[in-house]
Design a protein around this ligand. Structure first.
Ligand SMILES: Nc1nc2c([nH]c(=O)n2[C@@H]2O[C@H](COP(=O)(O)OP(=O)(O)OP(=O)(O)O)[C@@H](O)[C@H]2O)c(=O)[nH]1
Ligand SMILES: [Mg+2]
Length: 134
């Protein structure tokens, strides 16, 4: 049966408008692409709780508030995914890739859709048009 996956992701944005991104690990789906940290919503978990949990697990920060941005649906060859994206500007801690992946801070203008999974394309476009003060 075709898989349907629901995920929450955080666009972690610093005060100087850089975004923290990580690279998907070697053996994962879409390995090598860059991504916004996040992961699958578990049964009986709210999407917002997923965001907070995944960002603690993957990049070691405690999210103080996430501003809902957009839900994107996308079909890959083997699965359908629904991505709930949040802008994260307030957190405790210093983000780093706990699972050992590459990570970097990137200027909003330098976010390159070609380095991200296809599902991220419309999201990245929206980010580039966001009011910086949002
Ligand atoms: N985290 C994340 N996943 C994304 C993005 N874009 C995108 O298509 N995905 C897809 O969303 C799906 C779920 O993400 P994930 O692998 O991070 O889930 P997870 O952290 O719960 O992983 P796990 O299964 O190893 O526990 C994957 O198929 C992944 O390729 C993105 O920007 N961030
Ligand atoms: Mg993940």
């Amino acid at each position: 049966m075709r898989k349907h996956i629901e995920i929450a992701i955080g666009i972690i944005r610093s005060q100087d408008c850089k975004i923290f991104i990580t690279q998907r690990g070697e053996n994962s789906h879409l390995a090598g692409f860059w991504e916004f940290p996040g992961g699958k919503v578990e049964p009986n978990e709210s999407v917002y709780d997923t965001l907070v949990r995944e960002l603690a697990e993957e990049v070691d920060i405690h999210v103080h508030d996430g501003h809902f941005l957009k839900t994107v649906k996308h079909s890959y060859d083997d699965r359908d995914i629904t991505i709930h994206a949040y802008l994260v500007e307030h957190w405790d801690g210093v983000p780093f890739a706990k699972e050992g992946q590459h990570s970097r801070w990137v200027e909003l203008d330098d976010l390159n859709s070609d380095e991200f999974p296809d599902a991220n394309r419309s999201l990245i476009e929206m980010l580039k048009n966001l009011d910086k003060k949002l």
